[in-house]
Write a protein that binds this ligand. Structure first.
Ligand code: FAD
Length: 419
């Protein structure tokens, strides 16, 4: 395992950092002002044009082959780039690297037919449209995806879809052109073969945006969250992604990248949180001392650094394993970071709120959003408990018993024999 940046990755990192500092960051206050008024940022398309012209476009797509789109960086090469983008919630959109579009692009790259790619993937690659992935439903415990109940019934050359989805990231975006919807196509099949994924254009009759949702009071301005109903929605069978019964396969192909990219960006966000704690505590005095001089604050910052470096290494190892062994080989590693990184983000953001005092919970800093984001990541893309169960199940059982363990003293067992 070598986690040093390759020459190629270092070049991309420098280029992205320069663009971020010179072009993106100066717009941050403007972005906040516009989104607070509920307006789209008027400079976004111009920034996207510049990023694309600089080659900083579709950086998060995997190395699938020479003729595939994007920069074709490995996951390990992409990690430091995602960290830079993670410092601002809206920065990934400048480079067409935002969720949920990138995982959807990866699902389409892997599972779509050439016709589907031309119609749905190409506009996404060019940021002419946006997308969403619709799995979760209000009426069933969706952390167990076999519960998903939306019906997709074959009728001639079409599927007729009926159901309800909620917490669908990106579905409330005005540019959202289509969703990948997961539903039941064969209720008699094995539990993991009942579901399929179908591409549903947002303007299909019967698709209704019921409401826009917020998470812990925060609006997702990059990919607004929606609740949707599907009433007799008719789509062609040509919109089926992969084969019937392969809904889980499609979901898994997109979930690995979705999870690791969130973790990579969260690490960049935590770097910013540590910087914020350093600067704020060095500039403020309480009870005759600089806040930074208090042991507690020093300890919070130092502990944050320890946790951040651990999480970064774990994430790099996961990226490396995804590159080496694909998502099947990296399943355990993805679960490890999916639990570790959000917990770290939540802890560091909580410390940052404390260091900032009242300001830490205000809209004047990104800290409370970081806290909400960390909390979300402990549920979204599978709750902690589901990943911890996976991790536990993969824990090998040692081949010794307590009574004959070479690592333990024999005394308690010998004593028991004489009692
Ligand atoms: C902001 C946000 C954005 C989202 N974006 C999307 C999206 O774009 N598309 C989409 O389809 N979904 C999305 N989701 C939904 C998310 O993936 C689900 O909320 C998640 O999978 C959990 O499903 P649930 O809410 O139905 O919780 P439930 O399944 O009802 O689970 C509730 C709780 O039960 C417990 N639990 C469940 N299973 C186990 C277990 N095996 N062991 C122990 N305890 C367990 C856990 O504590 C869990 O949190 C989003 C959610 C949020 C909050």
């Amino acid at each position: 395992m070598d986690f040093g940046l390759s020459g190629r990755s270092e070049e991309w990192r420098e280029k992205l950092q320069a663009f971020f500092d010179g072009e993106v960051l100066p717009h941050h206050r403007g972005w906040l002002d516009h989104t607070a008024k509920g307006e789209p940022a008027p400079f976004m398309e111009d920034l996207q044009r510049k990023a694309r012209a600089a080659g900083l476009w579709n950086l998060g797509l995997p190395e699938l082959g020479e003729d595939e789109p994007g920069t074709r960086l490995s996951n390990l090469e992409y990690a430091p780039l995602a960290e830079i983008m993670g410092r601002l919630f809206w920065a990934p959109e400048v480079f067409n690297c935002q969720a949920p579009d990138v995982p959807n692009m990866i699902a389409l790259q892997n599972c779509a037919t050439p016709e589907q790619k031309a119609r749905w993937l190409q506009p996404l690659l060019e940021a002419r449209t946006r997308s969403a992935f619709g799995m979760t439903e209000p009426d069933v415990a969706s952390s167990d995806a076999t519960n998903i109940a939306t019906r997709m019934v074959r009728d001639g050359d079409d599927y007729v879809i009926n159901g309800r989805k909620w917490f669908i990231t990106g579905a409330a975006h005005p540019k959202c052109g289509f969703l990948i919807v997961m539903g039941v196509t064969d209720s008699d099949a094995d539990r993991t073969r009942r579901h399929s994924c179908v591409i549903v254009p947002m303007d299909t009759p019967g698709v209704r945006l019921v409401r826009r949702l917020r998470w812990m009071g925060c609006e997702d301005h990059v990919a607004p969250i929606g609740e949707l109903s599907f009433e007799n929605v008719r789509v062609s069978r040509a919109n089926l992604l992969a084969a019937e019964g392969e809904g889980f396969k499609v979901a898994q192909i997109r979930l690995g990248p979705a999870r690791i990219h969130h973790c990579m960006r969260s690490i960049g966000l935590c770097e910013l949180l540590i910087e914020l704690m350093m600067v704020r505590s060095s500039e403020r005095s309480a009870f005759g001392r600089n806040v930074m001089q208090y042991d507690t604050v020093q300890r919070w910052i130092a502990e944050s650094r320890v946790e951040l470096e651990q999480a970064r290494l774990l994430t790099y190892r996961c990226a490396w394993r995804l590159d080496q062994a694909g998502h099947h080989g990296a399943w355990r590693d993805v679960s490890l970071i999916k639990v570790a990184v959000p917990a770290m983000l939540q802890k560091i953001a909580d410390r940052a709120v404390q260091v900032f005092g009242a300001m830490g919970g205000s809209d004047d800093t990104p800290i409370h959003q970081a806290l909400a984001w960390g909390r979300l990541l402990r549920i979204g893309d599978g709750p902690d408990e589901v990943h911890l169960r996976q991790i536990f199940r993969m824990e090998p059982m040692p081949r010794w018993s307590i009574a004959n363990s070479p690592y333990l003293s024999a005394h308690p067992f010998e004593r028991r024999q004489y009692m």
